[in-house]
Design a protein around this ligand. Structure first.
Ligand code: ADP
Length: 173
């Protein structure tokens, strides 16, 4: 029997957006198993807890059979090896992502040259979509309905109580 192809898709996912989901869905068409793993290491102060982020990922990927949601800390390449993954998937949006991603991929290759980093180009519709912008817009009462899955919209509304608009194009004054 041939070996399963397994990819790890690491990130903060604070919260998961339609840009992330696009990458996860495309990766799931290529690999036998895609492990979407929430990083516990992030230096950024998160809006959602690890459990909340995992739950939102679980609900928004429940339609994809070969996706598993997990969390990790410590070195990504060590985690990938432990999970028998051969590949780390990262999404690329603008050129501005490249420098950082290039450094990370080079460092990870130095730490373990058996694990490849594979970059997937963003879907044009989501080229400017990032979790930080979603949080900022939502906190100011802007509409993020087209940018995040339904469960995230619900959780953002909960976090920012009455400020999140659910109407398309409806921005509070
Ligand atoms: P990190 O903090 O590790 O950058 P993120 O949650 O911001 O984690 O992103 C996780 C992965 O998803 C990264 O590879 C990132 O480039 C990718 N990604 C995020 N948003 C998009 C998007 N709109 N289009 C394509 N890839 C994206």
């Amino acid at each position: 029997m041939s070996e399963l192809t397994i990819a790890v898709c690491p990130g903060s996912f604070d919260p998961v957006t339609n840009g992330h989901l696009d990458i996860i869905e495309r990766a799931a068409r290529i690999f036998d198993l895609v492990i979407v793993s929430v990083s516990r290491n992030s230096s950024k102060i998160p809006l959602f807890t690890i459990d909340e982020r995992m739950q939102m990922l679980k609900e928004s990927t429940s339609h994809i059979k070969n996706v598993e949601i997990d969390a990790f800390d410590g070195l990504l390449v060590k985690y990938a090896k432990r999970r028998n993954a051969q590949v780390i998937i990262r999404g690329l949006r603008a050129v501005s992502d490249f420098e950082y991603e290039f450094q990370m991929a080079s460092m990870n290759h130095k730490l373990n040259d058996e694990i490849e980093t594979l970059f997937m180009m963003t879907n044009n519709d989501y080229a400017y979509l990032r979790s930080s912008a979603v949080k900022e817009v939502a906190s100011l009462g802007g509409c993020v309905r087209d940018l995040v899955p339904e469960i995230v919209l619900k959780e953002l509304r909960h976090k920012f109580s009455n400020t999140v608009s659910t109407e398309r194009g409806n921005y509070d004054e």
